[in-house]
Write a protein that binds this ligand. Structure first.
Ligand code: SUG
Length: 445
């Protein structure tokens, strides 16, 4: 057996973090639309979470924010003149597109890509497919820059393959690792890949909220990665209708354990049977299911109990569930979490992190991270300049404190000074993370 660890790569929250109500079906995004945000607090919360995981002994990497406002996108729509003129005209005549161009949504790295560890891939390399995120305009702008970031982090072609996103069409709508769970006996051993989808490519869709992942997209990702033991359960329509825009809002897994809400899957018994069959000869899956009676779906969604990081801390036998503070603040969720830790089950400890700024846009601790299982040799091949250390945490915290605003109303996104501030911040960041000039589009003109 090859030994491997589960690393996390978190999206560093960008200077335009805001509440623009861009994601129908994501109840927090809709509820907080128009509120003022605090980008500085947001990025510091994200950095502290990264340091917390690094301190627990899990390798932690940083994925840089994208350039926003996305002026090249606005130019592609015919806006012209200086960058400031492009921004001003876009806000005047196409405010929805302008808002999409300003979103800091690449922070939610669980949607950056789907990852297949080398132990599961036919060619023995780690595979990444950046998610095309076509369901929401603001998110569809991410994948090219995401690929650039993954190329910078995982550059060695002998060990890593960073694919292009799937074609950007609704038939192949893909939201990345937010709809993927991998179970295994040990990270370095072959695992079972659970790829959850909400609709079929040609299925007429009449739901109130979009289903963001197609079965065909999940199958294509598994096929191009050569992912072994893949199972494709359907997300329940009730979950989507209730505000479960990604499966990771109601389900998380680690090692042998799948922790999920009763309403996560359309057919729970068939899903469990498929996972058991795929795991046969490797390990016995452990299912920890929470009933609607114990935790109504609405509480699961508002408190994000399942959008937690389920991790094995080095040296510990049982798993730790790292929840947002909103889970502690919801009496029903808190009771479920405490009962889990008090039981003899696989989850032995609950911890809480404050990611409130992200949470108000529907992004919990699990949304902010992309899990990447790496062998020792693969870990050594990842870009060390992007790895979280005490020194990098201190440097990025000082950078953010100096460069980010502490309040941002949606109307401030039209301020041309914000464009300049953002670029100055990202220009400095490319130096800090050793990305080289030309990493961002504005550095290439
Ligand atoms: O895609 N919110 C993100 C949240 C993504 C959460 N990720 C996971 N569950 N893995 C989304 O809905 C809101 C942006 C705004 O409204 O300004 C937003 O894009």
């Amino acid at each position: 057996m090859t030994s491997a660890v589960e690393a996390n790569a978190d999206g560093l929250i960008g200077p335009t973090h805001s509440y623009a109500g861009l994601s129908p079906g994501n109840l927090a995004s809709s509820l907080n639309a128009g509120e003022s945000s605090n980008p500085r607090a947001a990025v510091l919360q994200g950095l502290d979470k990264m340091k917390r995981l690094a301190d627990l002994g899990l390798p932690q990497f940083v994925l840089p924010p994208h350039e926003r406002p996305d002026i090249p996108f606005l130019r592609s729509l015919g806006f012209s003149g200086s960058d400031a003129a492009v921004l001003e005209a876009a806000w005047k005549t196409a405010p929805s597109f302008a808002a999409a161009a300003c979103s800091a949504s690449p922070m939610w790295a669980a949607n950056a890509a789907t990852v297949t560890p080398s132990a599961d891939a036919a060619d023995g390399r780690v595979h990444f497919t950046p998610a095309n995120l076509v369901t929401n305009l603001h998110r569809s702008l991410e994948h090219a820059q995401t690929k650039r970031a993954l190329d910078a982090l995982f550059a060695d072609p002998v060990r890593f393959v960073v694919h292009d996103a799937l074609p950007s069409v609704a038939h192949l709508a893909d939201e990345g690792a937010a709809n993927h769970v991998r179970l295994c006996a040990d990270h370095g051993e072959p695992g079972v890949n659970i790829l959850v989808w909400g609709r079929e490519a040609y299925e007429p869709w009449s739901g109130a909220f979009p289903a963001r992942q197609t079965r065909e997209a999940s199958e294509a990702v598994a096929r191009r990665h050569g992912a072994a033991r893949a199972v494709f359960p359907r997300q329940s329509g009730a979950a989507i209708a209730g505000g479960t825009f990604h499966n990771d809002v109601v389900c998380v897994g680690a090692l042998e354990t799948l922790f999920f809400h009763e309403l996560a899957f359309e057919d729970t018994e068939a899903t469990k049977a498929d996972i058991r069959a795929a795991a046969a000869g490797l390990f016995e899956p452990i299912f920890v299911e929470v009933s609607s009676a114990d935790l109504p779906l609405a509480d699961a969604i508002s408190s994000y109990l399942f959008n937690s990081m389920l991790v094995r801390i080095p040296g510990e036998d049982r798993l730790t569930l790292i929840c947002p503070t909103e889970t502690r603040d919801n009496p029903r969720s808190h009771a479920v979490a405490e009962r889990l830790a008090a039981s003899n089950g696989p989850i032995g400890r609950i911890e809480y992190v404050d990611v409130r700024q992200s949470m108000r846009n529907g992004g919990g601790p699990a949304c902010l991270r992309l899990r990447v299982v790496l062998t020792e040799a693969e870990l050594a091949a990842a870009n060390p300049a992007m790895r979280m250390t005490d020194a990098l945490h201190a440097r990025l915290s000082a950078w953010a404190a100096a460069r980010y605003r502490d309040t941002l109303a949606p109307r401030d996104l039209a301020d041309p000074a914000l464009l300049d501030e953002g670029r100055a911040a990202l220009d400095e960041l490319t130096g800090i993370l050793g990305l080289g000039r030309g990493f961002y589009p504005f550095q290439r003109v």
